[in-house]
Design a protein around this ligand. Structure first.
Ligand code: CTP
Ligand code: CA
Length: 224
């Protein structure tokens, strides 16, 4: 890993990374979100920076320290993430979408704190824009890499996302694996490339996995 980190093979490349969860507000003091810690995305941002890349990290709320030498843009909602991503996406060479974007937002977020007047209360959720899918549609020169969080049919579901979102590579994450996924320091994934190659990886530190993901990105053959 030390050797890998000394190689400046990302010099001159602009890399956009998204990380963390998004939060979707119910009212000014309440929200729905998910268990994403942001560790995977931050590890990728740091690894890319160490290898010489110019890195833009667009992140939902996390408890992680902002990586030094990286342009960090903080967002809360999926809508904010979409706006910031689309602002920087045209200028980057590589985009890696590790964020756990909330699939739904609250319809009609209240501008004032909701009082507990009622005995029961229903929340209506409506679909958020699929940021990665929009990036796939708008893709020109960029290499686009996504993640897939699955509990079943890992390869089948991840391949559907790879094709459906016009990606060049996807990191398929079985979130039921031990010491893997949400909030762990380690992860177990399979990487699926645009040529159909599947790389099975053992459980490893997210720092180490970040470097392996960056290695495979450089190997991708993309016709543009
Ligand atoms: N993603 C996104 N915008 C969304 C939802 C997901 O950009 N509104 C991105 C994630 O950042 C990830 C990829 O899409 O890189 C796959 O996310 P995942 O939750 O695994 O799949 P979904 O497409 O949301 O489908 P589902 O949750 O139904 O499996
Ligand atoms: Ca989802």
């Amino acid at each position: 890993e030390m050797l890998l980190e000394k190689k400046k093979d990302y010099l001159g490349k602009r890399v956009l990374v998204t990380a963390g969860p998004t939060v979707e507000y119910i009212d000014p003091v309440r929200f729905i979100s998910n268990r994403s810690s942001g560790k995977m995305g931050y590890a990728i941002a740091r690894a890319a920076r160490n290898r010489g890349a110019e890195v833009i990290l667009i992140t939902g709320p996390t408890n992680l320290a902002p990586p030094v030498g990286v342009k960090v843009i903080r967002v809360k909602t999926a809508e904010e993430m979409f706006k910031e991503v689309m602002k920087y996406y045209p200028e980057v060479d590589i985009a890696i979408k590790a964020a756990a974007v909330a699939d739904y937002k609250v319809e009609g977020t209240s501008k004032v704190k909701i009082k507990k007047t009622e005995d029961s209360f229903e929340l209506k959720l409506i679909k958020n824009k699929d940021i990665l899918q929009e990036m796939g549609k708008a893709k020109s020169k960029q290499i686009l890499v996504g993640f897939a969080a699955e509990t079943n049919d890992l390869i089948k579901n991840a391949k559907l996302k790879l094709e459906g979102k016009n990606l060049d590579m996807i990191i398929a994450n079985d979130v039921t694996e031990e010491n893997s996924g949400f909030d762990h320091d380690t992860n177990t994934v399979k990487i699926i490339k645009n040529d159909g190659q599947i790389i099975q990886l053992p459980n490893m530190l997210k720092e180490e996995l970040a470097n392996i993901i960056l290695n495979y990105i450089l190997e991708l053959k993309v016709k543009r």
